[in-house]
Design a protein around this ligand. Structure first.
Ligand code: SAH
Ligand code: DHB
Ligand code: MG
Length: 221
């Protein structure tokens, strides 16, 4: 088993079930041209996010970690009329690329990019008492995942879903002795989830064009 076959299968799935379109593929091309890292979700993962959000009828979606807006477009496509995505990004350069990509895809008005350190923005959203979000996608700096999860719980309601990307990291999730702050972040998340009566959660390992990784899905109960 290798990354090569995982990528070939992702291509097969994308060609057959996900499809190709100029807005998503153009978003990746413009992100690469601007020098952004190639760490967006894969096409099958993006479609999964979109299908989950649609299946639960999410009207308000919060994303932490915009990059070039690739996953944001997938999430915005799940919105019903009148729905909204709020996406948080630290880097002005990333936000500028995302703004352009979202405008081209027709989401200039339905997606709000909030620039700045996500933890500060989340605390500001809590202080503003914004309407709760139905769906949260956490995909920014991994050491702060436990803080983002904590804030997400303040910004959601019973029935909301919280997805956290990149929690398995080549299996390092199971390494209790790791001193990597990324690994400590995802392990702390699992400890919090395990003892939190407000949520029911699982983690799914994945392979594909992004390598061996996985995501956590938590339902706010
Ligand atoms: N969700 C995107 C990928 C996000 S990559 C997609 O799948 O298409 C992670 C992003 O989080 C990067 O753009 C990075 O700049 C941003 N980020 C890192 N630390 C952050 C912080 N403290 N606050 C907000 N964004 C942060
Ligand atoms: C990294 C971040 C991501 O969100 C991702 O999906 C893959 C890699 C990273 O920071 O290396
Ligand atoms: Mg990610």
């Amino acid at each position: 088993m290798s990354d090569e076959i995982w990528s070939a299968v992702d291509e097969y799935i994308t060609d057959g079930l996900v499809g190709h379109d100029e807005f998503l593929e153009g978003a990746l091309e413009r992100s690469a041209a601007a020098g952004l890292p190639a760490i967006s979700v894969s096409a099958p993962q993006g479609k999964l996010l979109s299908l989950l959000a649609r299946a639960m009828g999410a009207r308000r979606i919060l994303e932490i970690g915009t990059l070039g807006g690739y996953s944001t477009i997938w999430l915005a496509r799940a919105l019903p009329r009148g729905g909204r995505v709020v996406t948080l990004e630290l880097e002005e350069k990333h936000a500028a690329v995302a703004r352009d990509n979202l405008r081209r895809a027709g989401f200039a008005r339905r997606v709000e990019i909030r620039l700045g350190p996500a933890l500060e923005t989340l605390d500001a959203l809590i202080a503003e008492s914004v309407k709760p979000f139905d769906f949260v996608f956490i995909d920014a700096d991994k050491p702060r995942i436990p803080d983002y999860y904590d804030r997400a719980l303040h910004l959601t309601h019973s029935g909301s879903v919280i997805i956290v990307d990149n929690v398995v990291r080549d299996g390092k999730l199971a390494d209790a002795s790791s001193d990597d702050p990324n690994v400590q972040g995802v392990r702390k998340l699992h400890e919090l989830l395990a003892h939190d009566p407000r949520v029911s959660a699982t983690t799914i390992q994945t392979v594909g064009s992004k390598g061996y990784d996985g995501f956590t899905l938590a339902l706010v109960t």
